[in-house]
Design a protein around this ligand. Structure first.
Ligand code: HEM
Length: 128
């Protein structure tokens, strides 16, 4: 059962697995034509973002709350209200995440589960 305690965190390969996922995610954001708008909203250096996203995702999947330990509290939907995120921008983000998830050495069930899970905060980041 993904979602119970830290089962999702463990299924993702704990912190190293989540770091690999987030590095792959920003790699795709940097290259996918569909993501060019949202890429342009990010700083040139995506390594810091990969660290921040991985730190958040560790806690989100039931592992250690690395983001709040390192950077302080965050509400993902509120933080993103500063950006003009509509359906196209949300879908560009999801597209990069789906590509990154597909590349990981994970069970098909967990891939399916995680893709569905990421759609929830992505939709809540939409500001229009
Ligand atoms: C819905 C589409 C999304 C868009 C367009 C988007 C865009 C952005 C942008 C432009 C930044 C700032 C980058 C910078 O300062 O260089 C950012 C930061 C961040 N995003 Fe998103 N994001 C989206 C969804 C998400 C989701 C679903 C999550 C979590 C599951 C997330 C987690 C983060 C985190 C942790 C940060 C770093 C905050 C910080 O410490 O400064 N984002 N995002």
């Amino acid at each position: 059962m993904f979602g119970a305690q830290d089962s999702s965190y463990q299924a993702a390969g704990a912190e190293p697995g989540i770091r690999a996922l987030c590095a792959a995610f920003y790699h795709h954001m940097d290259r996918e034509a569909q993501a060019s708008t949202i890429r342009s909203w990010h700083k040139d250096d995506l390594d810091d973002m990969a660290d921040r996203l991985a730190s958040f995702v560790c806690g989100w999947l039931g592992g250690p709350r690395l983001y709040s330990q390192k950077f302080g509290p965050i509400s993902i939907p509120s933080y993103h209200q500063q950006f003009d995120i509509g359906e196209a921008e949300r879908d560009a983000w999801i597209h990069c995440m789906d590509l990154a998830i597909e590349e990981q050495n994970w069970d098909a069930d967990f891939k399916r589960y995680l893709k569905a899970q990421f759609r929830i905060p992505a939709e809540r980041c939409r500001s229009r």
